[in-house]
Design a protein around this ligand. Structure first.
Ligand SMILES: Cc1cc2nc3c(=O)[nH]c(=O)nc-3n(C[C@H](O)[C@H](O)[C@H](O)COP(=O)(O)OP(=O)(O)OC[C@H]3O[C@@H](n4cnc5c(N)ncnc54)[C@H](O)[C@@H]3O)c2cc1C
Length: 389
């Protein structure tokens, strides 16, 4: 007999008692505390920082950080559940928690030394927000063409250069930053560091004005002779490419979860609307043409969720999940694009206005096919794996 707490049996969507309690707590929090702020945050393109201490209270800053460092001692899967539930209400709010847990913490926890764990995991778990800085103006998909320089001077590293598109730029206290110690070495020069907001020579630059995910800050970072202590190196010198890739292998599962949440939020609203809106003397949801569209969307959403949960469960089981994460992110973001577009269509003219929630879900879904590797980059990862003999 399978038990409810034994994840070995049953459908991937079946949650253990702990997972279900956690999911419900996040849903209740998102509906009570985030939902009332969403419209205003989106309109002002500004994250409401009053949410940060509330995230800390819920343990959202250290979901899978071990308890010895002040974390909640949960799983990566729980981070994914949190991101999904928060995204159902607001993708800008969820990305704060997503980048913090599935990128910044993953990089420090998986690759940092014991000293780095002791120095930063307690701070991250307590609510100092994390960010992940790989992209630059001339290196996006070709991330390892980055130009930001790191030079060893005595017992310090000195960073010079600029980063672009950095999520949580305005809120973050701790930044995982990739720079090259020797551009002539190509990807083998890339090295990761933890940079604190207060380090001399570090400043946060311009914030982007975006189509969607408007309340999430996306900023430039500037390094001008920024001094970083030697012990803030993440992993080994010249092995930052491995840190960057493997961290993104985890992060992409989080983005898949974000897209599942966005699509779910849009569909939940639409399923209600089609049963209320009358045309030709009946609810538009009574038309078989509309029902079939919704059934297709529901099926795609469930397929996306299964891919995301599978990749997250594989990660927690210590198994390979690079391809599964790429497929989850690819499929979930493409499906979220189709589903949110359908939702706007089914709301008709009202769907095109800001009075109803679906236009925002539609705008927010677009980022899923771009960040943490575009859809083409996910296809490249999957193709490489299946074409290798
Ligand atoms: C809102 C937002 C938040 C972000 N947050 C972060 C963050 O926190 N940290 C961070 O480091 N970065 C972040 N990014 C950057 C993001 O990861 C990059 O924008 C993304 O990787 C794409 O890079 P690019 O913009 O330079 O596009 P490009 O690499 O110039 O790509 C442009 C187009 O060309 C295609 N293309 C490129 N090369 C190939 C190829 N070989 N084969 C086929 N097609 C190809 C791409 O698929 C894409 O369609 C963020 C971006 C945005 C918009």
């Amino acid at each position: 007999m399978s038990s409810n707490s034994d994840p070995t049996f049953g459908p991937l969507t079946r949650l253990s008692d702990d997972e279900e309690m956690f999911r419900q707590a996040i849903r209740d929090f998102a509906e009570a505390e985030i939902a009332p702020l969403v419209h205003d945050m989106d309109a002002r393109a500004e994250f409401d920082r009053s949410l940060l201490p509330k995230f800390a209270e819920l343990g959202l800053f250290g979901i899978d950080v071990p308890e010895q460092y002040g974390g909640a001692g949960g799983t990566f899967f729980m981070s994914v559940l949190a991101v999904e539930e928060m995204s159902r209400v607001d993708a800008s709010t969820s990305v704060v928690i997503d980048v913090h847990n599935t990128l910044a913490i993953v990089a420090v926890k998986q690759f940092g030394s014991a000293a780095l764990h002791a120095k930063y995991l307690p701070r991250l778990a307590a609510g100092e927000v994390g960010a992940y800085a790989l992209s630059e103006a001339n290196s996006g998909s070709d991330a390892f063409a980055l130009e930001c320089r790191a030079e060893q001077r005595g017992d310090q590293w000195v960073l010079n250069g600029q980063k672009l598109w950095i999520t949580n730029g305005n809120e973050a206290d701790l930044f995982v930053v990739f720079a090259t110690v020797d551009p002539s070495k190509g990807y083998k020069g890339i090295t990761g560091f933890v940079v604190e907001r207060g380090f001399p020579g570090f400043t946060v630059g311009k914030k982007e004005d975006k189509l969607g995910l408007r309340a999430s800050s996306t900023t430039e970072l500037l390094f001008e002779n920024c001094a970083v202590p030697a012990e803030n190196l993440i992993g080994e010198i010249g092995k930052g490419y491995k840190v960057a890739i493997e961290t993104l292998n985890a992060g992409r599962i989080g983005i898949g979860a974000q897209m599942v949440g966005v699509a779910q939020g849009a569909l939940d609203a639409t399923l209600k609307y089609v049963q209320e809106r009358q045309q030709f003397g009946k609810a538009i949801g009574d038309f078989q043409g509309v029902q079939f569209q919704l059934a297709q969307a529901w099926t795609e959403l469930q397929a996306a969720r299964l891919l995301v949960y599978n990749a997250a469960r594989l990660r927690d089981a210590g198994q390979a999940h690079m391809v599964e994460g790429a497929m989850a992110k690819l499929y979930a973001s493409e499906a979220a694009g189709r589903i949110t577009s359908l939702c706007v269509d089914l709301y008709g003219g009202y769907g095109f206005t800001k009075e109803y929630p679906v236009e925002k879900y539609y705008r927010d879904a677009k980022i899923g096919t771009i960040y943490e590797g575009t859809s083409n980059m996910q296809l490249q990862t999957i193709a490489k794996a299946i074409l290798t003999p």
